[in-house]
Design a binder for this molecule. Structure first.
Ligand SMILES: *[C@@H]1O[C@H](CO)[C@@H](O)[C@H](O)[C@H]1NC(C)=O
Length: 261
Protein backbone atom coordinates (compact mmCIF):
# COMPACT_ATOMS: atom_id res chain seq x y z
CA UNK A 1 0.00 0.00 0.00
CA UNK A 2 2.70 2.46 0.98
CA UNK A 3 4.73 1.52 -2.07
CA UNK A 4 1.91 2.28 -4.41
CA UNK A 5 1.44 5.63 -2.78
CA UNK A 6 5.12 6.43 -3.21
CA UNK A 7 5.24 5.71 -6.89
CA UNK A 8 3.08 8.53 -8.24
CA UNK A 9 5.01 11.01 -6.10
CA UNK A 10 8.30 9.74 -7.46
CA UNK A 11 7.00 9.91 -10.99
CA UNK A 12 6.31 13.57 -10.58
CA UNK A 13 9.72 14.14 -8.99
CA UNK A 14 11.74 12.08 -11.47
CA UNK A 15 10.08 12.94 -14.67
CA UNK A 16 9.72 16.65 -14.06
CA UNK A 17 11.30 17.85 -17.28
CA UNK A 18 10.96 14.63 -19.24
CA UNK A 19 7.33 13.56 -19.14
CA UNK A 20 7.93 10.89 -21.74
CA UNK A 21 10.86 9.26 -19.97
CA UNK A 22 9.06 9.66 -16.69
CA UNK A 23 5.96 7.97 -17.87
CA UNK A 24 7.91 5.09 -19.38
CA UNK A 25 9.76 4.72 -16.11
CA UNK A 26 6.58 4.76 -14.12
CA UNK A 27 5.30 2.00 -16.37
CA UNK A 28 8.37 -0.16 -16.02
CA UNK A 29 8.74 0.34 -12.31
CA UNK A 30 5.50 -1.15 -11.00
CA UNK A 31 5.74 -3.94 -13.56
CA UNK A 32 8.10 -6.18 -11.49
CA UNK A 33 5.67 -5.76 -8.64
CA UNK A 34 2.80 -6.56 -10.96
CA UNK A 35 4.51 -9.64 -12.31
CA UNK A 36 5.29 -10.84 -8.78
CA UNK A 37 1.62 -10.36 -8.02
CA UNK A 38 0.64 -12.32 -11.11
CA UNK A 39 3.04 -15.11 -10.20
CA UNK A 40 1.55 -15.28 -6.70
CA UNK A 41 -2.00 -15.35 -8.08
CA UNK A 42 -0.92 -17.95 -10.61
CA UNK A 43 0.66 -20.07 -7.89
CA UNK A 44 -2.51 -19.85 -5.78
CA UNK A 45 -4.63 -20.88 -8.77
CA UNK A 46 -2.24 -23.75 -9.48
CA UNK A 47 -2.48 -24.95 -5.88
CA UNK A 48 -6.29 -24.74 -6.02
CA UNK A 49 -6.26 -26.62 -9.31
CA UNK A 50 -3.90 -29.30 -8.03
CA UNK A 51 -5.95 -29.95 -4.93
CA UNK A 52 -9.37 -29.50 -6.46
CA UNK A 53 -9.03 -30.58 -10.08
CA UNK A 54 -7.14 -33.83 -10.23
CA UNK A 55 -8.46 -34.78 -6.78
CA UNK A 56 -12.01 -34.61 -8.09
CA UNK A 57 -10.99 -36.39 -11.25
CA UNK A 58 -9.48 -39.36 -9.47
CA UNK A 59 -12.60 -39.81 -7.35
CA UNK A 60 -14.67 -39.86 -10.53
CA UNK A 61 -12.33 -42.36 -12.14
CA UNK A 62 -12.59 -44.61 -9.13
CA UNK A 63 -16.38 -44.59 -9.27
CA UNK A 64 -16.38 -45.48 -12.95
CA UNK A 65 -13.80 -48.18 -12.36
CA UNK A 66 -15.83 -49.77 -9.59
CA UNK A 67 -19.04 -49.62 -11.56
CA UNK A 68 -17.50 -50.56 -14.88
CA UNK A 69 -15.26 -53.33 -13.62
CA UNK A 70 -17.91 -54.89 -11.45
CA UNK A 71 -21.48 -54.38 -12.65
CA UNK A 72 -24.59 -52.25 -13.03
CA UNK A 73 -25.88 -54.06 -9.93
CA UNK A 74 -24.13 -51.36 -7.94
CA UNK A 75 -25.91 -48.78 -10.07
CA UNK A 76 -29.31 -50.30 -9.21
CA UNK A 77 -28.50 -49.89 -5.53
CA UNK A 78 -27.58 -46.25 -6.04
CA UNK A 79 -30.79 -45.71 -7.99
CA UNK A 80 -33.21 -47.17 -5.40
CA UNK A 81 -34.41 -43.77 -4.10
CA UNK A 82 -34.90 -42.58 -7.69
CA UNK A 83 -36.74 -45.78 -8.64
CA UNK A 84 -39.02 -45.29 -5.64
CA UNK A 85 -39.90 -41.82 -6.91
CA UNK A 86 -40.52 -43.15 -10.41
CA UNK A 87 -42.51 -46.26 -9.47
CA UNK A 88 -44.13 -45.42 -6.13
CA UNK A 89 -46.43 -48.29 -5.14
CA UNK A 90 -44.95 -50.55 -7.79
CA UNK A 91 -41.85 -50.84 -5.63
CA UNK A 92 -43.75 -53.10 -3.20
CA UNK A 93 -42.86 -56.42 -4.77
CA UNK A 94 -39.64 -56.20 -6.67
CA UNK A 95 -37.66 -58.86 -8.40
CA UNK A 96 -34.08 -58.20 -9.33
CA UNK A 97 -32.38 -60.28 -12.00
CA UNK A 98 -28.65 -60.19 -12.51
CA UNK A 99 -25.22 -60.92 -11.14
CA UNK A 100 -24.68 -59.73 -7.54
CA UNK A 101 -28.39 -60.03 -6.88
CA UNK A 102 -27.78 -60.75 -3.19
CA UNK A 103 -26.37 -57.28 -2.64
CA UNK A 104 -29.21 -55.63 -4.58
CA UNK A 105 -31.90 -57.64 -2.77
CA UNK A 106 -30.30 -56.88 0.59
CA UNK A 107 -30.39 -53.19 -0.24
CA UNK A 108 -34.00 -53.33 -1.44
CA UNK A 109 -35.08 -55.16 1.71
CA UNK A 110 -33.80 -52.24 3.78
CA UNK A 111 -36.51 -50.08 2.21
CA UNK A 112 -39.78 -49.79 4.03
CA UNK A 113 -42.73 -51.35 2.18
CA UNK A 114 -40.49 -53.21 -0.23
CA UNK A 115 -40.40 -56.95 -0.55
CA UNK A 116 -37.67 -58.21 -2.80
CA UNK A 117 -36.57 -61.36 -4.56
CA UNK A 118 -33.58 -62.09 -6.69
CA UNK A 119 -32.56 -64.31 -9.55
CA UNK A 120 -28.86 -64.95 -9.92
CA UNK A 121 -28.32 -66.05 -13.54
CA UNK A 122 -24.87 -67.50 -12.92
CA UNK A 123 -23.30 -69.48 -10.13
CA UNK A 124 -22.95 -67.96 -6.71
CA UNK A 125 -19.32 -68.86 -6.32
CA UNK A 126 -18.29 -66.52 -3.52
CA UNK A 127 -21.57 -66.11 -1.67
CA UNK A 128 -21.22 -64.65 1.83
CA UNK A 129 -23.29 -65.85 4.79
CA UNK A 130 -25.95 -63.20 4.15
CA UNK A 131 -26.31 -64.37 0.56
CA UNK A 132 -26.42 -68.02 1.56
CA UNK A 133 -29.18 -67.18 4.01
CA UNK A 134 -31.18 -65.41 1.26
CA UNK A 135 -30.82 -68.50 -0.90
CA UNK A 136 -31.87 -70.77 1.99
CA UNK A 137 -35.00 -68.68 2.54
CA UNK A 138 -35.86 -68.91 -1.17
CA UNK A 139 -35.57 -65.15 -1.59
CA UNK A 140 -32.67 -65.51 -3.99
CA UNK A 141 -32.62 -68.28 -6.56
CA UNK A 142 -29.97 -69.36 -8.98
CA UNK A 143 -31.71 -69.83 -12.33
CA UNK A 144 -30.55 -69.84 -15.92
CA UNK A 145 -32.54 -67.00 -17.44
CA UNK A 146 -32.28 -68.56 -20.90
CA UNK A 147 -35.08 -70.83 -19.71
CA UNK A 148 -38.55 -69.98 -18.33
CA UNK A 149 -38.37 -68.29 -14.93
CA UNK A 150 -39.57 -70.37 -11.97
CA UNK A 151 -42.36 -67.89 -11.09
CA UNK A 152 -46.03 -67.55 -11.92
CA UNK A 153 -47.28 -64.78 -14.20
CA UNK A 154 -47.54 -61.35 -12.54
CA UNK A 155 -45.74 -62.51 -9.40
CA UNK A 156 -44.01 -59.16 -8.99
CA UNK A 157 -44.95 -55.55 -9.40
CA UNK A 158 -41.61 -54.56 -10.88
CA UNK A 159 -38.73 -56.48 -12.41
CA UNK A 160 -35.32 -54.83 -12.40
CA UNK A 161 -32.56 -56.33 -14.51
CA UNK A 162 -28.93 -55.36 -14.41
CA UNK A 163 -26.10 -56.60 -16.62
CA UNK A 164 -27.70 -59.95 -17.30
CA UNK A 165 -29.02 -58.89 -20.71
CA UNK A 166 -25.54 -57.80 -21.80
CA UNK A 167 -24.49 -61.45 -21.77
CA UNK A 168 -27.39 -62.70 -23.87
CA UNK A 169 -27.39 -62.99 -27.65
CA UNK A 170 -30.50 -61.69 -29.46
CA UNK A 171 -31.72 -65.27 -29.78
CA UNK A 172 -31.82 -65.67 -26.00
CA UNK A 173 -32.98 -62.11 -25.39
CA UNK A 174 -36.03 -63.07 -27.42
CA UNK A 175 -36.81 -65.76 -24.87
CA UNK A 176 -35.73 -64.00 -21.70
CA UNK A 177 -37.27 -60.55 -22.05
CA UNK A 178 -40.83 -61.84 -22.65
CA UNK A 179 -40.30 -64.00 -19.56
CA UNK A 180 -39.34 -60.96 -17.50
CA UNK A 181 -42.44 -59.20 -18.80
CA UNK A 182 -44.60 -62.21 -17.97
CA UNK A 183 -43.80 -62.19 -14.26
CA UNK A 184 -44.23 -58.44 -13.81
CA UNK A 185 -47.31 -56.22 -13.58
CA UNK A 186 -45.83 -52.72 -13.78
CA UNK A 187 -43.02 -53.45 -16.19
CA UNK A 188 -39.31 -53.94 -16.46
CA UNK A 189 -36.40 -51.66 -15.72
CA UNK A 190 -33.25 -52.62 -17.58
CA UNK A 191 -29.82 -51.40 -16.51
CA UNK A 192 -27.41 -52.14 -19.35
CA UNK A 193 -23.79 -51.18 -19.84
CA UNK A 194 -22.69 -48.44 -22.19
CA UNK A 195 -20.61 -49.53 -25.18
CA UNK A 196 -16.93 -49.15 -24.37
CA UNK A 197 -17.39 -49.66 -20.64
CA UNK A 198 -15.26 -52.28 -19.04
CA UNK A 199 -17.35 -55.13 -17.71
CA UNK A 200 -16.46 -58.30 -15.93
CA UNK A 201 -12.89 -59.22 -15.21
CA UNK A 202 -11.37 -61.72 -17.60
CA UNK A 203 -11.30 -64.30 -14.81
CA UNK A 204 -15.11 -64.14 -14.65
CA UNK A 205 -15.73 -64.70 -18.34
CA UNK A 206 -16.13 -68.44 -18.00
CA UNK A 207 -18.91 -67.81 -15.53
CA UNK A 208 -20.85 -65.62 -17.97
CA UNK A 209 -20.24 -67.94 -20.90
CA UNK A 210 -19.48 -65.11 -23.29
CA UNK A 211 -18.03 -61.62 -23.04
CA UNK A 212 -20.51 -58.85 -22.37
CA UNK A 213 -21.88 -57.31 -25.54
CA UNK A 214 -22.51 -53.71 -24.66
CA UNK A 215 -25.04 -52.32 -27.11
CA UNK A 216 -25.84 -48.73 -27.90
CA UNK A 217 -29.11 -47.19 -26.80
CA UNK A 218 -30.28 -47.07 -30.43
CA UNK A 219 -29.67 -50.83 -30.71
CA UNK A 220 -31.73 -51.43 -27.59
CA UNK A 221 -34.55 -49.14 -28.63
CA UNK A 222 -34.79 -50.88 -32.00
CA UNK A 223 -34.73 -54.24 -30.25
CA UNK A 224 -37.52 -53.25 -27.84
CA UNK A 225 -39.68 -51.96 -30.68
CA UNK A 226 -39.26 -55.20 -32.64
CA UNK A 227 -40.32 -57.17 -29.60
CA UNK A 228 -43.43 -55.21 -28.66
CA UNK A 229 -41.91 -53.59 -25.63
CA UNK A 230 -42.86 -50.00 -25.16
CA UNK A 231 -41.17 -47.31 -23.21
CA UNK A 232 -42.95 -46.63 -19.94
CA UNK A 233 -43.02 -42.92 -20.56
CA UNK A 234 -44.55 -41.91 -17.25
CA UNK A 235 -41.90 -43.83 -15.30
CA UNK A 236 -39.10 -42.57 -17.56
CA UNK A 237 -40.16 -39.00 -17.02
CA UNK A 238 -40.43 -39.34 -13.25
CA UNK A 239 -37.10 -41.15 -13.13
CA UNK A 240 -35.46 -38.35 -15.07
CA UNK A 241 -37.01 -35.66 -12.91
CA UNK A 242 -35.93 -37.36 -9.70
CA UNK A 243 -32.43 -37.90 -11.12
CA UNK A 244 -32.07 -34.23 -11.96
CA UNK A 245 -33.32 -33.21 -8.53
CA UNK A 246 -30.74 -35.39 -6.80
CA UNK A 247 -27.97 -34.77 -9.34
CA UNK A 248 -27.94 -38.49 -10.01
CA UNK A 249 -26.22 -39.55 -13.20
CA UNK A 250 -26.57 -43.24 -13.94
CA UNK A 251 -23.35 -44.92 -15.05
CA UNK A 252 -25.46 -47.43 -16.95
CA UNK A 253 -28.18 -47.07 -19.56
CA UNK A 254 -31.59 -47.28 -17.91
CA UNK A 255 -34.69 -48.35 -19.87
CA UNK A 256 -38.23 -48.32 -18.49
CA UNK A 257 -40.41 -50.76 -20.37
CA UNK A 258 -43.70 -52.49 -20.38
CA UNK A 259 -44.93 -55.22 -22.65
CA UNK A 260 -47.99 -54.52 -24.78
CA UNK A 261 -48.79 -58.17 -25.29
C1 LIG B 1 -36.05 -61.93 -32.15
O1 LIG B 1 -37.42 -61.55 -32.28
C2 LIG B 1 -37.65 -60.59 -33.27
C3 LIG B 1 -39.12 -60.19 -33.21
O2 LIG B 1 -39.96 -61.27 -33.13
C4 LIG B 1 -37.26 -61.14 -34.63
O3 LIG B 1 -37.48 -60.17 -35.64
C5 LIG B 1 -35.80 -61.56 -34.60
O4 LIG B 1 -35.43 -62.15 -35.82
C6 LIG B 1 -35.53 -62.48 -33.45
N1 LIG B 1 -34.09 -62.70 -33.35
C7 LIG B 1 -33.55 -63.92 -33.22
C8 LIG B 1 -32.06 -63.96 -33.21
O5 LIG B 1 -34.22 -64.93 -33.11
Amino acid sequence: MSRRLVNPARRIADGGGLPFAGSSQSKSRPSPLLSIGLVVVGAILLVIYCYGGPGGLSIKENVIKVEGGVSCAFEVQRAIPILKKAYGDSMHKVMHVGPDTCSVVTQLLKEEDTEAWGVEPYELDDADTNCKSLVRKGIVRVADIKFPLPYRAKSFSLVIVSDAVDYLSPKYLNKTIPELARVSTAGIVIFAGYPGQQRAKVAELSKFGRPAKLRSSSWWIRYFLQNNLEENEAASKKFEQASTKRSYQPACQVFHLYSNH
